[in-house]
Design a protein around this ligand. Structure first.
Ligand code: NAD
Ligand code: DAU
Length: 353
């Protein structure tokens, strides 16, 4: 099995690559541009592994993608490369439109040409997994869950660009017959998470006695999934998901942001008391523009059709995560030097030209 993974030097992509190479024994070509969010240190466990190759390339670069498909001849594509941070998309959306929309279009089109040239038996087995987010569905009220039938209603430039890419992926399946499967997942957390996202940012700010910035009143709800549970789900969906179908992925772990941050403080108090007590650093700050109130995933299709179950609860996963950041300063310190955790994504505080 040869799998081409885009975005494999990022947070979720690197978990997918580790799973495919080290657990499944697949041959993997990681394609990644190495933006600020991608780092080869996240792939050190497969560095030099005979089943793993790395190509630094931009998915918008058509000739580089044609060459990658021609030389690697993938049986499967798992497309994770994206600009992923909502706050950055509010400050400037250009990179989001280029990578998430144009890049996905380029990859779909190159994959289609590759797929059309395959012998019939390989054409039938080929899969293109387009990895997306629950944010395409917009915001929930107090009740209800996102199902695969929920109408798209994205709020941020990030989620709008992901919604556009989902539509392109589905169109390539319906129009050209490319065997595309789409996944829409809730918030991930775990090791190798770039410290701009809520959970790693709060762990490192607590460690360094910096403000634990809560947007608005902290009542917004996210549905948290440990990244390795997501990686296993993606492998299963790529393996057994039906072409043309969408699979929602989520761990049934809804938490208010304030409760997440307080939980991190409690763990930090126990595991790193010398920088505590940590809750005194909680600071309520101006809300995110267009802040979605609540996300919650109904993963019934994935659970019943493909037999997936999350292995981690929020309590087990968050403790593993805090411990990992405390033990792996070598990984996050260089990233923290490039981005020090300053507030991003307030309207009027910086625009791209
Ligand atoms: P990430 O920002 O950590 O990693 C993205 C990776 O893509 C980086 O390694 C980056 O270098 C690479 N990349 C960016 N632009 C590229 C380009 N033009 N060409 C090639 N590589 C490029 O993101 P993540 O959190 O790992 O998310 C991965 C995917 O999963 C994204 O598509 C995201 O929308 C989706 N997703 C993320 C979450 C989450 O909670 N993080 C949840 C659901 C879905
Ligand atoms: O739902 C899936 C999405 O989850 C993915 O598609 C995105 O790629 C991923 O970044 C994530 O988006 P969020 O916007 O939900 O994640 P973030 O970590 O930025 O924020 C989580 C919540 O915490 C959100 O309600 C905003 C809030 N927040 C965030 C930061 C960085 C704070 O209150 N304070 C903060 O400092």
């Amino acid at each position: 099995m040869r799998v081409l993974v885009t975005g494999g030097a990022g947070f979720i992509g690197s978990a997918v690559v580790r799973h495919l190479v080290l657990v499944k024994g697949y041959e993997v070509l990681t394609v990644d541009k190495l933006t600020y969010a991608g780092t080869l240190t996240s792939l050190y466990k497969v560095d030099g592994h005979p089943l793993h190759r790395f190509l630094r390339a931009d998915i918008c670069d058509r000739s580089a993608m044609v060459e990658a498909f021609a030389s690697f001849r993938p049986d499967r594509v798992m497309h994770l490369a994206a600009e992923s941070h909502v706050d950055r998309s509010i400050t400037g959306a250009r990179d989001f439109v280029e990578t998430n929309v144009i890049g996905t279009f380029t990859l779909l089109d190159v994959a289609r040409n590759h797929w059309e040239g395959l012998p019939a038996v390989d054409r039938a087995a080929f899969r293109f997994l387009h990895v997306s987010t629950d944010e395409v569905y917009g915001s929930l009220g107090a009740d209800g869950l996102f199902t695969e039938a929920t109408a798209y209603d994205p709020s941020s430039p990030y989620s709008a660009s992901k919604a556009a890419s989902d539509h392109l992926a589905k169109a390539w399946q319906r129009t050209y017959g490319l065997p595309v499967v789409v996944s829409n997942c809730s918030n991930n957390y775990g090791p190798y998470h770039f410290p701009e996202k809520l959970i790693p940012l709060m762990i490192l700010n607590a460690l360094e006695a910096k403000p634990l910035t809560i947007y608005g009143d902290g009542a917004n709800i996210r549905d948290w999934l440990y990244v390795e549970d997501h990686a296993r789900a993606l492998d299963l969906i790529a393996e057994r998901g039906r072409p043309g179908q969408t699979y929602n992925v989520g761990g049934r772990n809804e938490r208010r942001n304030l409760d997440v941050v307080q939980h991190i403080c409690t763990l930090m108090d126990a595991l790193h008391p010398q920088s505590g007590p940590h809750e005194r650093h909680i600071a309520f700050v101006e809300d995110r523009p267009g802040h979605d109130a609540r996300y919650a995933i109904d993963a019934t299709r994935l659970e019943t059709e493909l037999g997936w179950r999350a292995e981690e609860t929020f309590e087990t996963g968050i403790e593993k995560t805090v411990r990992w950041y405390l033990e792996n300063e070598w990984w996050w310190a260089p990233l923290r030097q490039g981005y020090d955790g300053r507030r991003l994504g307030l309207v009027g505080t910086g625009r791209e030209p």
